[in-house]
Design a protein around this ligand. Structure first.
Ligand code: IMP
Length: 421
């Protein structure tokens, strides 16, 4: 079975911490959607690693780290990550890259920036990594896959694509790209990456047949899903459970536990609707207490109260079997805490989330209030040890969505975590 860890809101829920814990017990870690727009930081032996593409399972030498077919790969970023790991003395012999994963080319990054600029005031707030344009080419069937990058015909395929993109770039008033320089640069990446490129579908199925412990490391999150998120303020992939089958080549029966990660409050980076946002001193306080600045772009994150209506939606979309709640210590530094348990839309009260932008803009969160001041909970190992007001807060979350809490983050360090069951 493949166990899954994924984000329930807008990303940045702290998936890395749970992934780090579970990947130590796994024999295979997989990334299956998105690209280097994702990022999580892991500290090992005092050294900080910021992974954008490589699954954090790479640090477990007994595990295979797989970048599966659903990922879009910027080879420059991947080569940098490999180099950084090698320089720190880690082996990357356990890295496997899908031959079917698509490659992010320089024109994707350029088009991402140009198109975002042209949106004027309606910007999506993309990470400018070229994710959207790379997935566009994939679905338009002109994408370049890893097997093309390392194959004999790369130069011809790339030349044809660059020629076509140059027509578009010129129409946007941008100068043409130099095909020769790009092909040379990418051929160098190809030489470095070639030993790792393989048929990951067979690799994953062989691991499944051997009953290995497999972990799928989610990137981005439910409300950024291209189908089920707050479109168009979303990313260009399916970072929900549905994206795992297509992004790895496994069947629904191969998916086991699905852990949804959230924070005890909420945050969002980039534009888009966010009913429980606190664009005030509470939001500012949460940002400072929780160090809410993007790990990929450094942008300050918008912060607000936890929204159980949206969490229930994430439970439904992903079939969550467990929750991991981070930053309980952070929210516990406030005196009073609010939890959104319904939306008021006109005269109606509802607990059903909708990604309709007008609905989200017009609805008012209905809050329940809880006592804060949890004190120092960083050393606690069981939910029963937590102060009663913290237990009440967690119980209400569990009760509302009907899914058990499996992990609780009680501080920034790896060991500051309650593991239940
Ligand atoms: P893109 O994925 O770069 O196209 O960006 C689309 C939207 O998704 C923007 O609002 C980004 O800020 C957001 N986004 C993409 N990746 C992440 C992530 O890993 N964490 C949080 N937000 C993300």
């Amino acid at each position: 079975m493949i166990n899954v860890v994924l984000g329930t809101f807008f990303g940045d829920e702290g998936k890395g911490k749970v992934i780090d814990y579970l990947s130590q017990q796994s024999t295979m870690s997989i990334r299956c959607t998105g690209g280097n727009n994702a990022g999580h930081t892991i500290k090992v032996n005092g050294k900080k690693f910021a992974f954008h593409l490589i699954p954090s399972g790479i640090l477990n030498s007994n595990a295979k780290a797989v970048i599966a077919n659903g990922v879009v790969i910027n080879p420059k970023v991947l080569v940098q990550e490999i180099t950084e790991l090698k320089e720190a003395g880690f082996s990357v012999d356990n890295l496997y890259i899908s031959d079917k994963a698509h490659v992010i080319m320089p024109y994707h990054i350029l088009l991402d920036k140009i198109l975002e600029e042209r949106r004027g005031l309606e910007k999506l707030g993309t990470t400018a990594c070229g994710i959207g344009p790379a997935y566009c080419d994939k679905y338009e069937r002109s994408g370049i896959r890893m097997e093309d990058l390392i194959g004999k015909h790369f130069s011809e395929i790339a030349s044809r694509n660059i020629e076509n993109k140059n027509v578009i770039l010129e129409a946007f008033g941008h100068e043409k790209l130099d095909a020769g320089a790009i092909i040379q640069e990418y051929s160098e990446y190809a030489n470095i990456l070639k030993p790792y490129v393989t048929d990951t579908v067979s690799l994953i199925h062989e691991a499944l047949e051997k009953n290995e412990k497999i972990l799928c490391e989610g990137a981005q999150a439910t409300l950024l899903d291209i189908d089920h998120g707050t479109y168009p303020f979303v990313t260009s992939s399916n970072p929900t459970t549905g994206g795992i089958c297509a992004g790895t080549g496994v069947g629904a029966k191969d998916i086991g536990q699905v852990i949804g990660v959230l924070k005890a409050y909420s945050s969002r980076v980039g534009a888009g609707p966010y009913p429980t946002e606190q664009d005030n001193e509470i939001g500012d306080k949460l940002r400072e207490l929780g160090h809410e600045y993007g790990s990929t772009t450094g942008r300050p994150r918008r912060c607000g109260w936890l929204d159980l209506v949206a969490l229930k939606y994430a439970v439904r979309i992903n079939g969550l079997t467990g929750l991991a709640i981070n930053h309980l210590d952070t929210i516990g530094k406030l005196g009073r805490i609010k939890l959104c348990t319904a939306y008021q839309h006109g005269s109606e009260i509802t607990t059903n989330y909708s990604t309709n932008l007008e609905f989200l803009k017009d609805c008012l969160p209905v809050y329940e209030e809880f006592e804060g001041n949890f004190g120092d909970i960083s050393g606690m190992r069981q939910i029963m040890e937590l102060p009663i007001q913290a237990q009440r807060y967690l119980k209400r979350i569990e009760e509302f969505v009907g899914v058990p809490i499996r992990f609780v983050g009680t501080g920034p360090e790896r060991e500051n975590m309650i593991v239940r069951g």
